[in-house]
Design a protein around this ligand. Sequence first.
Ligand code: NAP
Length: 234
Amino acid sequence: MKTALITGGAGGIGEAICRRLASDGYHIIINYAHSKDKAEAIASETGGEALCFDVSDEEQVSAAIASIGSIDLLINNAGISEIGLFTGISNLKARNILDINLRGTMNCARAVLPAMIRAKSGNIINISSMWGQCGASCEVDYSASKAGVIGFTKALAKEVAPSGIRVNCVSPGFIMTEMNSRFSADDLELIKQDIPLGIFGKPRHIADAVAFLASDKSEYITGQILAVNGGMVI
Ligand code: NAP
């Protein structure tokens, strides 16, 4: 049975990815930083395991990943966002966004890769954002972190392809999760008008894209950014 590690696996999108990969036959490791109860509930329902570590802390990441054994599939999904003017975001918040969204993604990849390279096989899927593709006013630090995830995906894909490892990215649009709970009903109506397909994304839409990139159906695809956004960014 193949093993998949999903960072932020107890969040809105993370949970959908965990459940989808478990139903596709993976043994899943559900990483969390704070959501212990939810991660353990998903683990007990799917036969997986919950594992606490902070993706932005290199030492925690390498100790946790060493404790797992072999990992066939890494999903770098953990992320935070913050809305506000670029000049109004505190240095601490700005640093956290980069540390979790970009450095966290790189930390986890760096920790799983030596074993994947030895095995000459592996698959890494990074979760970016449409704002990493086109930039969002009032989410400048977030957009920069997610653009970094796209650049990281492309560069790493080239470096590890000769070792039989694929690296791809899923770039979600507006997906209904806790991350978007701050928007008012009026805001949501305005946002919906910018989505050509006319509906908000659901976590399962991202899980479906991840499942495709995790499967052999995408065996000739690497270094790509798969946008799942209802046409909001084309
Ligand atoms: P969410 O429900 O808020 O989940 C975020 C997850 O990240 C949580 O499970 C959280 O775990 C985890 N996390 C945060 N900091 C962490 C850390 N230091 N170490 C480990 N885990 C950490 O948000 P979501 O909507 O599912 O977002 C998932 C991913 O999709 C994020 O990368 C986000 O940027 C991206 N995305 C979302 C949307 C959207 O519209 N929702 C759009 C584009 C991209 P704990 O609860 O345990 O702290």
